[in-house]
Design a binder for this molecule. Structure first.
Ligand SMILES: Cc1cc2nc3c(=O)[nH]c(=O)nc-3n(C[C@H](O)[C@H](O)[C@H](O)COP(=O)(O)OP(=O)(O)OC[C@H]3O[C@@H](n4cnc5c(N)ncnc54)[C@H](O)[C@@H]3O)c2cc1C
Length: 412
């Protein structure tokens, strides 16, 4: 590829400023490393995609990506403590998700077949998740009718994709502990993008936005990275914290076997549309969100859990990007004409589809990169959640110490 070797300014260059890249950068900087994070888009956060607009004296924000953290996210909470974010935590009001069925908003329990549930649920106590998809694990536990009517919509909403073939171990996991001194579920004032912004402003972390990494190559000292702007940067180690297809492209010249494994991971786009509507115009009861079987959207996520005095916000996570049909569906579900939308924001995210053979693939990926000096972070190792990303990144920050000390020994 012929990138000019340059002197290493950084111990680590992280490609991608989502929660995976930034939590790795933060942890590495806290351990005394000089870190550069390079982000393709103008703003940091990736799937932590809060949209903010001024509404009179207030800043109105709504989430176009991740929306909820839990007190079982103990690694994330440790970052909040380090970065002074604890005071910004807002507990989410206890509102439910509802099912849209037959044009009506209905409670989830009202749609369950109780006899089928009672007959099936004892299987919960003997079922093992190992090797099961979401459908093959939960179908027998809740009964196939309940699964098709209610649970499949709920699970698809959680992962923003069809979860029938998704490995159940990647979607729901029991986490080792909870921080009972925090709200059970929470967000942050200003939205979850505030986490990314706080990590990006940490001393020891330099961030370049607005120009993606175009290519990576090896040098005697480590790696050279070429940005889309043409700028070159050098580092002793490199971490790719980008979606699998992009990681495959960047790693191909360095580790072709890893690139092949990454290319096999399917990634699903999610097309999100957020609208803010004056309170008086929406008749819907306060709710956390709406799911619906076989609809254009996976879910509607509401801002009602952190009420705003004058506006209500709803983000529709759609399966495709047919904007005219999506807007029509928003009008129908909210019962509000487009003219009343005060703010309309759109975003495309992508989430990986993790099947039952995926765990073995991640083991092979780690093995293929063990000697290459390249770290891979992301939501396709432990699971999709923010906590899964942070947990993976913390483990990589610890690995980085070993990697850099091995390099120092070789250089000496
Ligand atoms: C709609 C939605 C709702 C969700 N809800 C929740 C939730 O409520 N709770 C929860 O725990 N999790 C939730 N998740 C999952 C979680 O938000 C994501 O899995 C996680 O944020 C992914 O972080 P990441 O850093 O691995 O990847 P990303 O956030 O995708 O970040 C990757 C970054 O890399 C950048 N990039 C790509 N290519 C390049 C390049 N060549 N050079 C430089 N930069 C590049 C991208 O621009 C992006 O900023 C949700 C996800 C979505 C999409």
């Amino acid at each position: 590829m012929g990138l000019e070797p340059t002197t290493s300014t950084y111990d680590l260059i992280v490609v991608g400023a989502g929660i995976s890249g930034l939590s790795l950068a933060s942890r590495a900087a806290s351990r005394g490393r000089r870190v550069l994070v390079v982000e393709k888009s103008e703003e940091v956060g990736g799937c932590l995609a809060t949209a903010r607009v001024q509404s009179g004296p207030d800043l109105f924000w709504q989430e176009l990506g991740a929306h909820t953290c839990y007190n079982s996210y103990t690694n994330l909470i440790s970052l909040f403590e380090e970065r002074g974010l604890v005071e910004r935590i807002l507990g989410r009001s206890k509102l439910g998700f509802f099912l849209l069925a037959g044009g009506q908003i209905r409670s989830l329990p009202s749609q369950l077949g109780i006899f089928e549930l009672l007959a099936s649920v004892p299987r919960l106590f003997t079922a093992s998740k190992a090797g099961h998809t979401v459908a093959s694990y939960y179908g027998p536990i809740v009964g196939s009718g309940n699964y098709d009517r209610v649970f499949s919509a709920l699970f698809d909403a959680v992962a923003c994709q069809d979860t029938r073939e998704f490995a159940v171990e990647f979607l729901f996991k029991k986490r080792p502990s909870r921080r009972k001194d925090f709200h059970r579920s929470f967000t942050l004032s200003g939205g979850l993008k505030s986490i990314a912004e706080a990590l990006a402003s940490q001393p020891g972390v330099a961030v370049e936005t607005g120009s993606g990494v175009d290519a990576v190559s090896r040098t005697n000292e480590g790696f050279s990275v070429r940005l889309e702007s043409g700028q070159l940067q050098a580092s002793r180690a490199i971490a790719l914290a980008v979606p699998p297809p992009e990681a495959a492209r960047l790693v191909a010249p360095i580790a072709p076997e890893a690139a092949e494994l990454l290319s096999a991971i399917r990634v699903n786009p999610v097309y999100s549309v957020g609208v803010a509507v004056p309170r008086a115009r929406v008749a819907l009861r306060p709710l956390a969100g709406i799911v619906s079987s076989g609809d254009r959207f996976y879910s509607v996520v509401s801002r009602d859990v952190v009420p705003h005095p004058t506006l209500r916000g709803f983000t529709f996570h759609f399966r495709d990007d047919d904007m005219a049909s999506n807007l029509r569906r928003i009008e129908e579900v909210l019962g509000v004409p487009r003219a009343d939308f005060q703010n309309l924001v759109v975003r495309e995210n992508a989430l990986p589809s993790l099947g039952t053979t995926h765990a073995e693939r991640t083991r092979r990926l780690d093995a293929a990169l063990a000697d290459a000096g390249v770290l891979l972070a992301g939501n396709y190792f432990l699971g999709l959640s923010i906590e899964d990303c942070v947990t993976r990144s913390f483990a990589l920050a610890a690995q980085l110490d070993g990697l850099l000390s091995r390099r120092s020994t070789v250089e000496a």
